[in-house]
Structures are given as structure tokens and as C-alpha cells.
Design a binder for this molecule. Structure first.
Ligand SMILES: C[S@@+](CC[C@H](N)C(=O)[O-])C[C@H]1O[C@@H](n2cnc3c(N)ncnc32)[C@H](O)[C@@H]1O
Length: 293
């Protein structure tokens, strides 16, 4: 593993909060509703989101290269919460969000929170910024949330969770969205291995992944190239990708079963049937897997 801790709050974490806020405000029946996302944005993004003209200018200007990928942000959040509810129906009561950024689950879903202990893990700067924005918005820290400061390139997941009292004898739900591609392949594998080896059998992990350029259809190649350059310019380069059909084999070899690998070109079919105007760029896949009992 190599150390690459960001000293400033994650810009991409703020961007995804802004994308969730915009989807919630602009869609009559959102795929994923996040009424707290707006409060998690800094002043600049709140100004942009509050002005139709500014928002259009930003979407067509600054975000031009990323725009087709933005629906992946709220779709993965919906996929993750569908999986969480299924895991909770089977008795899971520990929920870990790795790279939580400005995630608002603890506020959005009090109905689920009352049956969960939530561990939100992120690097120090981003987590402190989130807690600061919560204070500014008058959002009190919910009792059953543990905030875990860790950089997964220098500390193992299980060591970070152990510090905050995570119970390794009971299965958990691990959400890992918007993060794997910012880590190198070794770190992704190490984290998946550590979940399979050190957590209780029946633990579920959900994550999204970047499709390998060799798999991405030709028509989406320019988008992949532009989006890759966009995040790299903001100091958070994409470091790993997978060939989507290879993923179930990789996960099985690491100790997972019951794998739902929603390859990038299958997401639209599952989630966008009621939204003819939405398109899902075939670049990011969604995956759920459970550790073998
Ligand atoms: C794009 S944001 C995703 C936020 C959230 N999971 C979501 O889907 O909205 C990526 C998050 O991963 C965190 N992250 C990136 N590298 C990390 C690392 N090495 N250790 C811990 N967190 C990391 C960033 O700080 C950031 O909050």
C-alpha cells in the first residue's frame, strides 16, 4: 500500500453531495431522495444549486466532461440502500460506510437508524469538514453513529473499526461507493480480503467500480478519457479498474458468494425504466457480495 492522504476535504465527495441535491430538487420522483445533501455542500455549491442559470453554466462548462457519469452517483446510492434493507431484513444491525464523504444516511433514514450502529469512515480532513457543516446546519450527531478517521492506504479497515468498538463477531453491511477507483488495485483487494477474512460470515459488501478501458464500449471511450482527466486534475486520480465479467471470479476467490454484479451496461435496464430521459454511461458497475459462511 502507498500513503497518499489528502490534507484537504475531498472535492469529489462534495461534488457527489451536490449531484444528489440536484437530482432530488430537479426530479419529481427521484431514484434516490436526499433532502440533506444541499446542507452538506459548501457555500459555492449552494449558490450554484440555487440558481438555474448558474447550474446550467456549471453543467455545460466545468462539469461538461463528467456530466454523463453523474447519474451513477444517485443510482449507486439507491442500489446500496436496497441492499442494506435486504441485509437488515436478515438481522444485520451494523452498517459501515467506507469513504462516507458527505453521506446523509444517518439523517435521512431514522426508521433504519433506530436498528443500526453506523460507522462512517473517511480521511480526517473530509470527516472534519462534514462535521463542521453538520454543526452549521444544526444537524446533531446521531447517538448511534461512530465517526472513524482513517486512511485506508496506511491503515487496515479492521484496525480502524476496532478502535471504535465494531463487533467482529456479528455480520455487517459495508457500503463502499465512490471509492474503489481512487485506490490502487492492491488496496482494493486487501480491503476485500480483510472484509472476507476478518468480519463475521454473512457480512455483505456493496461497492461500485470503474470498468477497464478495454471493456468500455467504443462510444463511451471519449467520455472515459475526459472524466479520467477531470478527476486527475482535481488531485484525486482514478487508480484502479476491473473487467466487469471478471469480478465474480475475483470475489469468489477472495471468499465471497451470492454475488450480484450489475455490469455498467445493465444498470439502465434495472433502474431507469421509469426515466426515459436518464442515460447511464456504461463506465461504472455496481456490485454486492456476501462473505461465505
Ligand atoms: C467520491 S467520494 C464518495 C463519497 C460517498 N461514499 C458517496 O458515494 O457519496 C470518495 C470518498 O472516499 C474518501 N477516500 C478516498 N481515499 C480514501 C482513503 N484512502 N481512505 C479513506 N477514505 C478515502 C474520500 O475522502 C471521499 O470522501
Amino acid at each position: 500500500m502507498h500513503a497518499r492522504e489528502n490534507k484537504s476535504p475531498s472535492k469529489t465527495a462534495e461534488l457527489v453531495a451536490a449531484a444528489r441535491a440536484e437530482h432530488t430538487r430537479a426530479t419529481i420522483a427521484p431514484i434516490f431522495e436526499d433532502r440533506y445533501a444541499y446542507a452538506m455542500c459548501g457555500r459555492l455549491w449552494r449558490t450554484i444549486l440555487s440558481s438555474r442559470i448558474l447550474l446550467l453554466l456549471v453543467k455545460d462548462g466545468l462539469l461538461r466532461n463528467l456530466r454523463p457519469i453523474l447519474p451513477a452517483i444517485f443510482t449507486r446510492a439507491r442500489f446500496g440502500e436496497d441492499c442494506l434493507e435486504a441485509a437488515m431484513a436478515e438481522g444485520v444491525d451494523q452498517y459501515v460506510i467506507i469513504g462516507a464523504g458527505y453521506d446523509t444516511f444517518a439523517f435521512r433514514r431514522p426508521d433504519l437508524m433506530e436498528r443500526l450502529t453506523l460507522y462512517e469512515l473517511d480521511q480526517k480532513a473530509t470527516q472534519e469538514s462534514k462535521l463542521h457543516r453538520m454543526r452549521l446546519a444544526g444537524m446533531e450527531v446521531p447517538k448511534s453513529v461512530r465517526y472513524v478517521q482513517a486512511d485506508l492506504t496506511v491503515e487496515r479497515l479492521q484496525d480502524a473499526l476496532a478502535r471504535e468498538g465494531f463487533d467482529f463477531s456479528r455480520p455487517a453491511m459495508i457500503s463502499w461507493f465512490g471509492v474503489t477507483y481512487y485506490l490502487d488495485v492492491d488496496t482494493v483487494r486487501t480491503t476485500l480480503t480483510s472484509i472476507a477474512r476478518d468480519m463475521a460470515p454473512g457480512t455483505t459488501v456493496v461497492f461500485d467500480y470503474l470498468a477497464d478501458a478495454e471493456w468500455v464500449p467504443e462510444e463511451a471511450q471519449p467520455l472515459l478519457t475526459r472524466a479520467t482527466a477531470f478527476v486527475a486534475r482535481r488531485g484525486e486520480p482514478w487508480l484502479s479498474s476491473f473487467v466487469p465479467p471478471d469480478l465474480p471470479g475475483i470475489l469468489a476467490s477472495l471468499g465471497y458468494e451470492d454475488i450480484d454484479n450489475l455490469e455498467p451496461d445493465k444498470v439502465e435496464e434495472r433502474y431507469f425504466a421509469q426515466y426515459p430521459d436518464l442515460k447511464y454511461a456504461p463506465v461504472i458497475g455496481l456490485c454486492r457480495a456476501r462473505t461465505t459462511p
